[in-house]
Design a protein around this ligand. Structure first.
Ligand code: 5GP
Ligand code: MN
Length: 337
């Protein structure tokens, strides 16, 4: 199924919006809270493109804790990252990356209405249509695909630094070129990125295959308590586990270490649906949902105030972890595909 992407008018409006900002105007780039590889990679790759166009006043940020996951700390363009509190107060142009809804912008959402120009670059099917000019392509494997589309329309050639950012974004959101979204055009883009001289093996090792020993022990413990529920999702099965703040503390690990925990969980053959419930504050849980095709987990997440893609989504749940999972289990039957 090919969902409609941005129209020619939207692309033209986005190009005009970017060009409306002079080289010395303040440009604020923003990605979603708890940023992942696509959020940071598409934002920083685009910021570097603006730098190549001569822009001198660029800042990149995201709401909430100013914690950049270790693997992304050396991304090119990281020097442009500032904490939320240091974002420009009244930028000429605001660019938003990988954000499905305003709630993911936290306290930065106000800039959308005060800035003379705002462009939203995203690929979530659940995008709520917020913001000024929307470049939302639910068929895009990553927001970096949209970012590259706008960079090329602005006449910015790819170089190795921009390419590294966009490649990290693309590799993250395609699960290292494994997911269904891994189309011919994804590989064509990857080829153009690699042609700049970046080293995919070295990048992948740094991004995916490099974790502290404590993270491995934590993962082992959390996976060890996983529960298989074969009757859930109309008999297609659900596997779930949970991790608490105490688990993180005992193993001396930061919260982002749990971001990829869903990957081993979703590899369980007996379950279509996988769920990881991560405590982010006492009684508050970040819930990751994945399906192999039986359930529209985006609809489940949206019904709980979250969002995402049809087969990969998330929301924030409250109360006991088991209660949050019970709610998910009930909703799975409602949103069977
Ligand atoms: P993850 O499970 O990797 O955190 O997120 C999976 C997908 O769901 C991502 O595309 C992410 O942007 C989206 N997502 C996760 N949590 C939330 C949430 O609380 N709100 C919204 N709108 N989307 C979310
Ligand atoms: Mn993304």
């Amino acid at each position: 199924m090919t969902l409609p992407g941005p129209t020619a008018e939207q692309w033209a409006a986005a190009v005009a919006a970017v060009r409306s900002a002079g080289a010395d105007d303040e440009v604020q780039l923003i990605c979603h809270v708890n940023p992942d590889g696509d959020a940071l990679g598409s934002m920083l790759g685009f910021a570097l493109g603006l730098r190549r166009l001569g822009h001198t006043r660029l800042r990149a940020t995201f709401p909430g804790d100013f914690a950049v996951p270790g693997p992304y700390q050396q991304l090119p363009g990281s020097d442009l990252l500032v904490p939320e509190k240091d974002a420009f107060v009244s930028p000429r142009l605001v660019l938003i990356f990988d954000v499905a809804g305003v709630s993911r912008l936290g306290g930065l959402a106000g800039l959308l209405t005060t800035a003379p120009a705002a462009v939203v670059l995203d690929h979530h099917a659940s995008n709520t249509g917020f913001g000024g000019i929307q470049l939302v392509d639910p068929s895009a494997a990553a927001t970096s695909v949209v970012a590259e589309g706008l960079l090329s329309r602005l006449g910015v050639p790819l170089d190795a630094e921009i390419a590294e950012c966009l490649y990290v974004a693309l590799a993250t959101d395609t699960g290292s070129f494994k997911f269904d979204m891994t189309t011919v055009s994804v590989h064509e883009l990857a080829a153009r990125l690699i042609a700049t001289g970046i080293r995919p093996g070295e990048i992948s090792r740094r991004i995916f295959d490099s974790k502290p020993f404590g993270a491995m022990k934590l993962t082992g413990e959390v996976l060890g308590r996983a529960v298989l529920d074969p009757g859930a999702a109309g008999g297609r099965g659900m596997v779930w586990t949970w991790a608490t703040l105490d688990d993180l503390e005992r193993h001396g690990q930061p919260p982002y270490i749990l971001d990829t925990l869903i990957d081993p969980v979703r590899s369980v053959a007996e379950a279509d649906v996988s769920v990881v419930v991560k405590e982010v504050a006492p009684g508050e849980w970040s819930v990751s949902l994945r399906s192999k095709g039986a359930v529209d987990v985006s609809a489940v997440a949206v019904s709980q105030g979250g969002g995402g893609h049809r087969l990969a989504a998330g929301f924030t749940g409250y109360g006991e972890a088991a209660h949050v999972v019970d709610t998910v289990r009930r909703l799975l039957d409602r949103y069977l595909i």
